[in-house]
Design a binder for this molecule. Sequence first.
Ligand code: GLU
Length: 385
Amino acid sequence: MTFMPALSKKVLGLKPSSTVAVTTRALELKQAGRDIISLSVGEPDFDTPPHIIAAAKAALDAGRTRYTNVNGIPELRGAIADKLARENGLSYAPEAVTVTSGGKQAIFNALLALLDAGDEVLIPAPHWVSYPEMVRFAGGVPVTVPTTAESGYQLDIAALEAALTPRSKIIMLNSPNNPTGAVYPPETLQAIAEIAQQRGLMVISDEIYEHIIYGAPQVSIARFAPQHTLVINGASKAYAMTGWRIGYAAGPGPLIQAMNAIQSQSTSNANSVAQWAAVAAITGSYAFIEASRQAFQRRRDRIVAGLNAQGLPTPTPQGAFYVLSDTTSLHPDELEAGRIILEGANVAVVPGTDFAAPGRVRLSYATSMKNIEEVLRRLETLPRR
Ligand code: GLU
């Protein structure tokens, strides 16, 4: 008889990431010979810029292949602190920064460091698929605060306040937002900061899409409540470095130290060579960021116009590289709509279910214009209800 390991209740309750799951499925179908275009995972299609690759090669040649400080090499933490001052007007010492294996690990470490069983985390919805799962895994309770397409998915402060309870501990912000593309204006951030200060809450501010923004001002909530904010960011989206897995967090000393303790018992440190590459990325030229931002904007405009023209209502996002499209004309249920799009049009998209966006699917336009045109052609062939 084969032995079945008895899995923990914690892990039995954990749902695998649906963005990763759809992407894996699309890859399998492609490998099996199907002509799939994947608009599933949020990953820039550009190559990592050459000066970053060169820095990684130089690090290898210089033998920078050993463990680093748990919280990251001082050169990278220094570069991040400078970047936060220069671009965001935030003042952090390098010790107030910790480097992780991707933004995901920074959020995970923060939740483990902050949450006791039953503590509540307010999450504006639609939200990134991983936030509620991470919160639950860390013993917390996700509390979603709905936003609507009609309001451009802006956060209603009264709705946020109505969701507060004595167990509230964290407000999870993501601006620009995945999957809605909403960017919160400074007035909203200021109001949230005041609530955090009055109620003694922490804000985890996931700013991973900060550079992918189309006109709205990008402001960090840490400007208004630095002691109540943990800023999360990373190299993946701005520098086309998803596979390098470099994320970081900056915030109050005791929280950063607790996150470092957790990291010292799990991964020890982020990849040494990738950290040197990230130094080159963060201290390097803005040309790549600006060129990719402009490319994303052209793609956004094309895909939004194309989807709306064919009866798939799609608001124009202000940031990030996703659209949330209303697919009820294909099928009322978004999981079915996603299946129809995959089976009938060979296009992989992520159903809105785990984003708390019923009746919608998410399409990532971090792909070539050629793919976008082809996706629009393919979607047009699908029968409408
Ligand atoms: N954050 C990206 C997305 O939403 C990458 C995959 C993931 O980690 O979820 O597609």
